[in-house]
Each structure stands twice: as C-alpha cells, then as structure tokens.
Design a protein around this ligand. Sequence first.
Ligand SMILES: NC(=O)c1ccc[n+]([C@@H]2O[C@H](COP(=O)([O-])OP(=O)(O)OC[C@H]3O[C@@H](n4cnc5c(N)ncnc54)[C@H](O)[C@@H]3O)[C@@H](O)[C@H]2O)c1
Length: 330
Amino acid sequence: MRVIVTGGAGFIGSHLVERLLGGGHEVACLDNFDAYYDPGLKRENLLPALASPRFRLVEGDIRDAGALEQALATGGEALVHLAARPGVRPSLEQPEVYARINVEGTISVLEGARRHGIRRVVFASSSSVYGRSPDIPFREDGSRLLPASPYGASKLAAEHFCEVFHHLSRVPVTCLRFFTVYGPRQRPDMAVHRFTRLIEDGIPIPVYGDGTMRRDYTYVDDVVDGIVRAIDRADGYSVYNLGNAETVTLAELVAALERALGKSAAIEHRPPPPGDVPVTCASIERSAAQLGYAPRVKIEEGVRRFVEWFRARRAAAHRPNPEPAGAGEV
Ligand SMILES: NC(=O)c1ccc[n+]([C@@H]2O[C@H](COP(=O)([O-])OP(=O)(O)OC[C@H]3O[C@@H](n4cnc5c(N)ncnc54)[C@H](O)[C@@H]3O)[C@@H](O)[C@H]2O)c1
C-alpha cells in the first residue's frame, strides 16, 4: 500500500514511517521541520527511512497548497495526519497558532485527501479532548469532552471536521486519541525526556503540584501498533483511545526514572499551571475489541528503554570527531 504520513519526521511519525517501510509499504512524508523543537532532531529521526528506496520526503507545510499537492500526487491510498503544533502549556500563550496549524491545517489536509481520492484517513487526536472530564476512565462513547487548553480545543475542533468530511465524502476516517506517548525520540519538551535530561545532569526537576498528578503513559511502539491497525481496518467514522489503561503518578514516574538512571532527582515543587488536568486515563475496551489493540510495554520497561536510547544518543553526539585521514603522518 502507499501511505502518506504528515508530520512523519516527528517523534511518533518517524516510528510509524519505519514500521510501514518494514511492512513493505511505500511511504511519502510531508513535514516542514518546524521550529517548535530542534529541527535537527527531526532530520536525525528520518535517517533510517531515507535509506529506503520506498521512502519519499516532501519538505513543506500542510497549509502550503503546492507542498500538499506534491505529497498527495505520490498516489497514496491511505493518509495518516500527524502534523500538528503539539504541547498543552505553550498553547495557552499562542492559541491562534494552534487554531491555524491544527484546525485550518487539518481542513486543508482533508480537502486535499478528498480531491485526490484518498481511500482512508487516520487522524492523530489527543487525550486532551477529554480535558477536565470527570468521567474516568475516559471512554469514547460516554465521557464528556471538556478540553482545558487551546491545544485540546484545537484537536476536538479537528475531530469535528474529520466527522463532517466523512459525512460528506464517505471516505473512512479514524480519529485516534493518543495518551501521553513516550519512548526513544520523544519530544524534548515532554516530561519523560525533560526529567531524564535534568536528572542526568544533576539539575532539579520542576514537579507541578504535589506529585499526585496522574497520567496514562503509552509506549510509542504500542501507539504505532494501534495506528497500523487503524489503517488496516478503516471503516466509517470511528474514534479510538490509544492509551495504556494504567495511570502513573508524577512521583512514581520520577522514581522509575531514578531507578533507570541510577541517580536521585532533586525536586522543585511548583504550583500546577493552568491548562493542566489532574488525571488522564484511557478506557481501551473499544480499541481492544474493534482494532485488536493490546499495549504491551509497562512503564518500568518503557522508561528503561528510553534511558538506554537517551544515553546512547548523547554518547554518540559527544564522541570526539574521528582523526582526519592522514593525521599524524606529517
Ligand atoms: N506525543 C504525545 O504524547 C501525543 C499525545 C497526543 C497527541 N499527539 C499528537 O500526535 C501527533 C504527533 O506528535 P509528536 O509528539 O510526534 O510531535 P512532533 O512535534 O514530534 O511531530 C509533529 C511533526 O509535525 C511537523 N509539523 C508541525 N507543523 C507542521 C506543518 N504546519 N506542516 C507540516 N508539518 C508540520 C513537525 O515538524 C513534526 O515533525 C501530533 O498531532 C500530536 O498533537 C501526541
């Protein structure tokens, strides 16, 4: 199958691209390497994919008609739309940026998919659409949707556009609500990555609230597995949670990182920022029953794998340059 992946240079996208190439698919990636975090990391993420003759990179913005057209002209049958401005806290400062990229950008992608006769669309939504919902665990069919940030609102608005697009075009669309994804290549602004960096360097970590804030952390391979299942299944308009269905407190996360790093963390408590929610917890009954989704990696193991990746990457980056050829022969 030919698959177009927007945001394929990012954390989740680059893992998905590799999984698809490994499965024998052809992949076109549309990514603008935006500066939300170091674009060099995104270029590094794509190195394995660039070695494949079945991979094509289109560098550009989803809102740029020419770039979008170029990606769509690769003849993809399925489109996975991951490109977005992520991050809950920064969205409080720049809500209009989130509306432009996550809502208007998604509309452009959907319109492009319709023009090009794409046969199935998968959209990366977020647990943030549940926001302040008291209906825990969050269920696709029962929990109220009460976003607590412009980011959450932008993802919910994009889901609505996905549904309307499906209604008008009959193209199957699946919205996947990811729950705090972590693993190698995780975005440097996210807690697992940020805390690892700070603990490793002996710098105090900011812990918001009293450490009882709970998150449903989901290992990236499990999420990618869910995305691939959603591409294969494609039927009507559907919404699925992709979580781990287990919550971990911030204090437990820090303890797991300390064990994996073999170092203790210095902690600075700070008041919880507006936009943050006390708990996220997925019900995965629907995704298990209909997609066969079954997350496998527990937090202890996932954190261990993350730390292993983090240290290997750092060691490679800090390795002195090899001696130039011929040096010392003079
Ligand atoms: N990581 C998580 O825990 C998580 C949780 C819920 C939802 N999501 C969603 O999953 C998707 C991927 O997240 P991620 O953590 O891999 O983020 P990421 O920032 O690593 O990846 C996003 C990619 O999209 C690209 N991009 C951004 N704006 C673009 C634009 N206008 N045009 C083209 N490309 C653009 C970026 O350059 C980046 O490579 C996003 O839609 C995000 O909102 C992620």
